[in-house]
Design a protein around this ligand. Structure first.
Ligand code: GLY
Length: 364
């Protein structure tokens, strides 16, 4: 067993599962899959980008265990997270004679994971699925917790289902070939988790982020394990987002608006990074948090090499875009705001002019 192997247990209904984090895991995927599922068949979903780097080792390993693989390679990119592409998964796996015990496997980032999970939730009214995330963003966030779905022209993730994976298998070595901007995008969620839940880890973030950006595998493995542990605890407490799971949306109401208004010129992580700056300034303006803590939050976001200023977007367009975010309740927008580092609150009584001011502060 590799020295840097971590296992995080996610204790959630209908069945608990493990998240295994181990550099080199992809080479042993077939053996792990057999042990986990006992199945001799799998629907393997990936995208054209991921296939270039990681499909061959995954296939080799699965084939060497005698597993029949039904491959489905989808086009890469958020714009392809559609019902049409979920239909392509149905079209590949249903004629191949799968049954209710045949798992789907998502080899890819959040888009592949969300679509594969949604297909798994709906095929034969539910088949198991295994997440094999290939980005930092999906390793620390989307692959854990069972949110699956697709986008609609009205907004992101508006169609979907909660369907927990039966396992999440993470090979941090895949991050060695991840484009820098995508690695940084994933770091936004890591900074977010510490701001909402862990002041002690936050205090060490500067050093950890510097090391992570050098792609030191031990640092990345430990960072993923830490973040999955936080995410698991939140999901265990509130699997269907009736309450505290919404804390994971810290920075996202602003961030989704920045992504949308920039027509995805900002990556998800960049939008969330700027969104966390705006939400923290908003919290300060409302007297919830002190200026020193806000400076520390902005410092950590900057240490992840995420933008913290220089927004070129129209402020009113950004505020209007927030009204269309799915986290709106009635006409009031709900904001997740820090009241100290390591702790957040949900508020729906935020003055609209304070929201606009927080967005405007990013232009400086
Ligand atoms: N990505 C937020 C959640 O899983 O709830």
């Amino acid at each position: 067993m590799a020295e840097s192997r971590y296992t995080v247990h996610v204790n959630v209904a209908p069945a608990a599962y493990d998240v295994v984090i181990e550099p080199g895991l992809l080479r042993h995927l077939g053996g792990m899959f057999t042990k986990l599922t006992g199945s001799k068949k799998v629907g393997l979903v990936t995208d054209t980008n991921v296939a270039r780097h990681h499909l061959a080792p995954a296939l080799n390993s699965l084939n060497s265990e005698g597993i029949e693989v039904i491959p489905c390679v989808l086009p890469a990119g958020e714009e392809h997270k559609t019902l049409e592409n979920v239909g392509k998964i149905y079209d590949k796996v249903l004629p191949a004679g799968i049954d209710r015990r045949t798992p789907l496997m998502a080899l890819g980032g959040g888009v592949v994971g969300d679509m594969t999970g949604f297909a798994a939730a709906t095929i034969l009214r539910g088949v198991p699925f295994v997440q094999v995330p290939t980005t930092l963003l999906s390793s620390v966030d989307a692959s854990v917790g069972g949110k699956t779905g697709i986008d609609h022209p009205v907004g992101k993730n508006l169609i979907g289902a909660f369907h927990q994976p039966m396992a999440v298998l993470i090979d941090p070595a895949v991050l060695l070939t991840l484009p820098e901007r995508e690695l940084i995008s994933g770091l936004a969620e890591c900074v977010k988790h510490d701001i909402i839940r862990d002041a002690d880890h936050f205090a060490q973030l500067d050093t950890i982020l510097t090391q992570a950006l050098t792609r030191d595998l031990e640092t990345l493995s430990a960072l993923i394990a830490h973040n999955v542990t936080i995410k698991a605890k939140v999901v265990e407490a509130d699997p269907f987002e009736k309450g505290e799971r919404a804390h994971l949306n810290f920075g996202h109401t602003f961030g989704h608006a920045f992504e949308k208004v920039s027509e995805f010129g900002y990556s998800h992580g960049e939008g969330v990074g700027l969104g966390m700056v705006a939400a923290s300034r908003l919290a300060e303006a409302m007297g919830l948090i002190d200026a020193d803590s806000v400076q520390k939050i902005i410092g950590a976001i900057g240490a992840a090499r995420l933008p913290v200023s220089g927004l070129k977007l129209d402020v009113q367009k950004c505020v209007a875009a927030m009204l269309y975010d799915k986290k709106v309740s009635g006409v009031k927008i709900r904001f997740v705001l820090p009241d100290r580092i390591g702790h957040v609150v949900i508020r729906d009584d935020v003055p609209p002019e304070a929201v606009a001011q927080a967005v405007a502060s990013l232009r400086e």
